[in-house]
Write a protein that binds this ligand. Sequence first.
Ligand SMILES: Nc1ncnc2c1ncn2[C@@H]1O[C@H](COP(=O)(O)OP(=O)(O)OP(=O)(O)O)[C@@H](O)[C@H]1O
Length: 583
Amino acid sequence: MSGLTSTMLPVATGRAALATFWRALRRHPMFGWASIAASLAASAAAVVVPLLLGRLVDLVVAGGTTRSLLLTSAWILGVGFAGAVLTGAARWLVTEWGMRACADLREEVLDHALRMDSARLESAGSGDVASRVTDDVEQVTDSIQLAAGVFTALVTVVVTFVGFTALDWRIAVAFLVVFPVYALSLRRFVPAAKRLYAAERQAAAVRTQRLLTTFGGVRTVHAYGMEQRQSQRVEQASQEAADARLRAVRGFLWFANMMNYAEAIGLTAVLLTGFLLVRAGDSSVGDVTAAALLFHRLFGPLGMLLISFNDIQSAGAALARLVGVTEVDVPAQRTAETPTRGPAGVTAKSVSHRYAAGPTVVHDVSIEIADGESLAIVGASGAGKTTFAAILGGVFPATEGAVWLGGRLIDDLGPDELRRTVGVVTQEVHVFAGTLADDLRLAAPHATDEQLHAALRLVGAHGWVAALPDGLATPVGDGEHPLTPGQAQQLALARIVLLDPPIVVLDEASAEAGSAGAQQLELASQAVIRGRTAIVVAHRLTQAHACDRVAVMSGGRIVELGRPDDLVAAGGRYAELWAAWRR
Ligand SMILES: Nc1ncnc2c1ncn2[C@@H]1O[C@H](COP(=O)(O)OP(=O)(O)OP(=O)(O)O)[C@@H](O)[C@H]1O
């Protein structure tokens, strides 16, 4: 577990998490003020009803007139009804207030996660990120209803205490005996609960992480017969998550028990004091009845406040994990529009790369690719082609060296500008859930259907798209109309056409399909490359041969570089590959 947690995303401190949530709440001041006003009015009504009931008791004891009894009863009914309506309104307003703040926070976190450096995301593990933007968001959102209850309960407790004091300060003092019991229980419970809930959420995140890595790598798991080992690992993580949950539940049950003791002690103290006051003639039976009813009324909100500590702690842990995502540095969002076209050469100087603590896989590579030139990268598996191409495409930064795109240092380009400057098709193309048109419009949200058709035509996909049941409106992605890997590649290429960047990096865009499909894809990539600066990781040498220059990589270095025909004539490594290919 320690190995997994060491690279996980940060978790915000309680203070930072609260400050962030408070900022989100303050963005909705109207809801804030309306919530406070409605809660105050509802709590006042809740206090007035027991006071009126006490008055009714005194009237009965004193043998009041029928008219006065009926009038008081009517007041009780009226205030009770108004209190119910106001309580409903207060709950609704506070929930709405919290939900809006929560939605803002969720958007902020998602936006942050999406802008996060892909290397950072990768090292954190997709499970950690996924559990934060799903489980944790859900937990915080679910707790809003509860937090709304807590807020109204808090107001009720304060207003009721004022009512108590107005009734008889001696009964109010008697009521105070509950607080030492509450305080002692909370002092023991709060720090323990914080630890227990944080451990519970962490264990759940590790379990999600293990499940995701197992399913994500299911082919590898089958290939190496690792099913049993993986299932043991998942089982172990599940057991740890269940144990952590049980420890948290046990801690809570102890606390709930303490609350019951406090209630019993408090009610006994109020009734005993009331009895002594009535016997001494210092108070009326009605006042003591009102005090006992108030106290009884108070138990609901007070118990809710204290018992909610349990869920609030748990939601607090989730909130801290959410806010933690926003603490990771991400490139600032660029708003200024910058022209996409301009001189679009690519320069790499002394680029070296290693993954985490692994060996160096790209060694001190320098190259200049002219504006509009196409460069193919070829070489044996593991030579570093994908890594070098990804660095040129800005997918992740090199550990050493520098890359310029169109004369500008890649680190100086914001994410939007980077994506407008260079389009990358990696080996793992993804079909997003939605219609085919939605999938294409990810690259160009305002593209017309005609533009989408033109892009599909350019990459040779118009035929099969026209044959789909609903054409562009056909739902694709998980569980929808299935696409072959070759069709998914074509969609990725069409997205590049729509994005229309001056530089493209295509990593084995033609390697996914069978030979007829591969030829089709090769034509598609050639169409995409035309008129742009292109870096193509090519396994099919015909694709490499169609480029202006070829770089042969071996052991993380460029060992040959030149025009394809010149390299063939030189009789080196590329010539051997070319001869073998043509055989
Ligand atoms: N995410 C990663 N984490 C750790 N090591 C990696 C990662 N990706 C690649 N490597 C390693 O870096 C080296 C270069 O890999 P790379 O994929 O760049 O080579 P390649 O020439 O593109 O190979 P192929 O043609 O098989 O894709 C290999 O030893 C590979 O195992």
